[in-house]
Structure formats: C-alpha cells, structure tokens
Design a protein around this ligand. Sequence first.
Ligand code: GLA
Length: 632
Amino acid sequence: MKKLLAACVIAALPLSSVAAAPADPLAPTGRWSAYTAGRAATPPMGWSTWNAFATDIDEEKIIGSAQQIVDIGLAAKGYRYINIDDGWALKRRMPDGHMILRTDKFPSGRIGGDTPTFKPFTDRLHAMGLKAGIYTDLGRNTCSEAWSETDTDLPKGNVLEREVGIYGRIDQDIALYFADWGFDYIKVDGCGLRDYTPRNPRVLSGKFRALGPYLDSGAVTRTDIPAIQGMFRQINLALARNNPDSDYILSLCIWGAANVRTWGKDYGGVSRTSDDISPAWGRLLVNYDSAVTRSLYAHPGSWNDPDMLHIGAGDFDANHITEARSHFALWAMLNAPLMIGTDLRKTPKALLDIFGNADVIALDQDPAGNQAVLAYDSSDLQMLVKTLASGEKALAIFNRGSGAYDVDLSADQLKFTDTAPVELTDLWTKAHTSFTRRTRLHVAPRETLIFRVRGTRLLQGGYYLSEQPGSVNPAVDGTVRPAVDPTIFRTAAGWGGTNGGGDRPTYAGWGGARADSAPYGQILHVAGKPFSAGIGVLANSRLEVRNNHAQRFTTMVGVDDSATDKTHAVSFAVYGDGKLLATSTPVKWGMAAKPLSVPVAGVKLIELVARSAGADNERLPVTWGEAALLER
Ligand code: GLA
C-alpha cells in the first residue's frame, strides 16, 4: 500500500515545465509557464504514415518516403521526423505487457526473436540523418480499433492482448519506445478515452473492455479534464526520465476537445486543435479555423496543430495546385507542424516543389515563433500577418470562397507607416513589387497570396505585443465555461457526412485571449475609441510576456466595449519578475482607457493581470490597448 501511495505522489508531481496551478492563479510567478520541454523550439517538420496509408503501413513504404526526403533535398530543408501513426502494433504480450510490433510489416524487427524490436528501424532512420516517431493512445485501445471497418491491420489476440494503448502502462511503454527502441517523437491519440463507453457496440460485443468515457468531443461538460491532464503529466515525467538528452517531442492528439486549446500549450510540444483533416476544401477550412484565432496559444516549444498536411490527395492533388499551395502557405502562417502525408515515392514534381519552397518553410520555422494574426477578417477573405525575427513581416491574403476578389491592402494593416514604401516579395513567383499607402491585389478563388514584406514600422523603436504572440502566454485566460467557437466553418464533408443533425461546432476555444481582437471577435474598443493593436482577454486573467531587452512597457487599459457587465470594476496590474511595478485605478465599462507606462529595463518576465472581484469573467472582456515594449 505504501508503495502504491508513493507511486501516486510521484505521478502527481508536476514536471518543471508543466505548471501546477498556484492557489491564486492570478498571483505572479515570475516564470514562463508554457511548455518548453523536449525539442520543439520551431514547429516539427517531417512525414507521417497516416494520410498516405492509414493502417496499411510497412517498412518499405516508410523507408521509401524517408529516402525521398533525403534524396530530393527536403531533409536539408528541415523535414526530419518520420512518424509511424496507428497500425504498427500487433499486440501487448501477456502477462508481462510488453508491446509487440508487426514483424510481417516491419521485418527488420525480427532480429529480436520473440521480442521484436524497432531498434534496427530507428537506427536506419537515424543513420539517414532523420528522426523517428511512434504512435500510441491515452486509453487502452487506439482510434483504428474503434473506427476501422475491417480488422486486417488491427492488433490481434484476446481482449487484453489487443489493448495496445498506453493507459495504465505509461512508464513501461515510454521506456520501451524511447530508451529501448530509440524513438524521438510520440503522438498520443485520444479515442481510447472517448470511444470505449460501456454502451459502445464494440464494447458490448465483448471485444473491448469499457473505459470511461473520460473525453467527449461533443461536450466538454461530459469530459474529465483533470484526469486527462494527469495522464499527460505522467507521460511527460516518463519522457523526461527516458530522454536525458531532452531529444523528444510530445504531440497531443485530442482534437481541440477537453478544452485542450486552453491548456495544451502547457503539456506538449504540439497540440491538435481540431478533428482529422481530409483531402476536402471544406475540411481544410474547419481545421484552419480551429487554429487561426489562437495565435497567443502558440510559442516556441508549444504549437497549435491543425493536423498533418493532406497535399497529394483529393482537393490538394496535382490537379489542384492553387488549393495545395493555399494549404501549405496557411499552415506555414499558423506555425503548424509541417508533416507531409503523401507517398513521396509517387509524388509529382509540382507538389514536391510546394513542400520544398524554402521561403514558405522559413516563415513556419522563423525563430521568433509568432503565429500569424488576423489583420482583416470576413467569411470569404482573410489577411494574416506574421512578424518575423528580422522585423520583416509575412502577409497572406486568403480567398476562402469561390469568387475572385480585388483586395485593397494598406500599409497600416501591416502596422507599417503609409509615408514610406512597402516592398513585397511573392513567395511563389519571387516577383518584387512595392507600394506606398495602399495597393490593390487580385486573388483567385481558393488562392492564398503569400509575401515577405519590408516597410517602416508604425511604432518606431518597439513592438506591439500583438505582433509578438510567440512571446505572450495567456497563463490564465479567464475562461470559466469552455464554449464552442461559432466561427469555425461547418462542412458537409465532415466524418458524419449529411447524416444525423449535421456537424455542429464541438470544439471549445471561444472567448480566449486574442491578438488585435476582443475575445469574442470584435475590434478592440474602450469607451468608443478603437484600438487596431492590443490584446483582448477576459477579466481575471494573467498574461506572461517575455522581455528581450525592452526598456519600457506602455499600454492603454480599460473594459472593452464588448463587455455586457457594466457594473464590475477591473484593476490592471503589471509585474516584473514577480514584483509589482504598476497598477491602474479601477475602471468600469464606458470609462476612457487609462495609460500605463512602466520601466522594465532588466526585467525578464512581465506579467499582466486584470482582476475583478466577483465578476463573471465571460461578460467582462478587457483590453490591453496598444500594449507595447519599447527600446527606450
Ligand atoms: C485519430 C487521429 C488521426 C490518426 C488516427 C489513427 O483519428 O486524429 O490523426 O492518428 O486516429 O487511427
């Protein structure tokens, strides 16, 4: 019993980079709390089996694509991770619980005899200069065991032997995958926590044991978030133990469910924001929408993952170059993992050229890690702007619809002055153009124009925080009742097709912290004054801001006009490395924004706290207007 207790205590201990909630979540900690463990300083790039082969995988197919990645120069451009998705497991051997891989598919593993091993396979990838990724599920069983129509590639054996997920086996499996087999990346899926309910027909048939459900994609209210977080915390402890060199990436795959879009950034290097992509335009919109408003939730070390690339199939095949380019450009602007999902042995050159566009890749891999922010937003047309480490910008103009547009672009949408020239480089054609004040651009249906842009900053000698979302972490974003995001596109090409009541929006994430926007999508306003730059967040929130050499923090604070709570007052406080530097007098709805100007020389971490005793946070959005870090 004592032993058991000790194990529980260890399991509950937070990893240094996985924050435990302090008693007062708004109290400053002086510490950046988003995940930085492992090796995801920039979004991972590579190739994965799933979109190309589903469970019909084998060594030859995987090594074939890996060899292509090296031979055609994609490895040199950053594609490194070769990830095996679902379908590798034959069974869990009983009674020792050791995982057995499918040697009919991975013959190099036979060297282990009764205990086959992936070591020759990962050695081979490592010898090619690549990294290797593996797949598991948080529950006892995987997604293909829950959803596959046939059982050809599914695990074999009795009920216990077919339990190839990590539930209850975290330490044993992570040690095997990383210390013994030498993998560098693990994707942890979630069907095992969702799809094996006592009433599920596969469970009722006696094929699988019931578990939970811990997770319900359709209702965060039926989801046990602390239990899921506890499992990821244990996985992190095991990863740290088995990877003394920290060379690993943990990929969370619970599809934006469980309100993971608030906390995924604290638990893994990448975290899925939506259900699976498919090679359909409508589906791309769904997945893109699930991440595009979430710039503040992505940072070096913790990225939004709208799922793997589907270039090479359906609406993104070689007959749809416009769509395929859009897919790639948008994923790069979102700082998404760039995981190729097609059989590279057969990929036409036109598509290889998309994967190999070094200028677009450079936007995804920019060391500042700023996910693009929406500068213009409508149902058909969007402009995304990303600030690069060099101070240059990247601009994407995305035509979601089926009609062509002439788009007016002005320098201020890029936060550049309108008195100096703005130079654009088209990242597909490499053509250079320039304009002053404004220009007009033509964008075809489903096209994404993508540029690298140079200009003169509107804010001389500093940056708006909303230009640096990679350095701003909404440690506490004020959301208390995770609500679905109504702005996410709803497609008829969803997994349910046109059956039932339709694909209702199911992903939580509405009302979170936003760059250059109020939490519910309005343009920032305080007492009628609009702010084109700023951070919108709910009351009772705490933002962590990394400070690289700035001398002064300035902002105009107030209750946003979108608040429906007109009675509660909010106080704004600025902390530097845990010490109080400045506070505002309390402000209410309708009061003019108050200026704050705070010296921050030498401060490494600034914390911005908006506090309101007794308020319903979700009715009280606040604005850190024109929040900026200045060099003087
Ligand atoms: C889920 C995941 C996919 C893939 C499959 C494998 O659907 O979201 O990315 O891993 O499982 O079965």
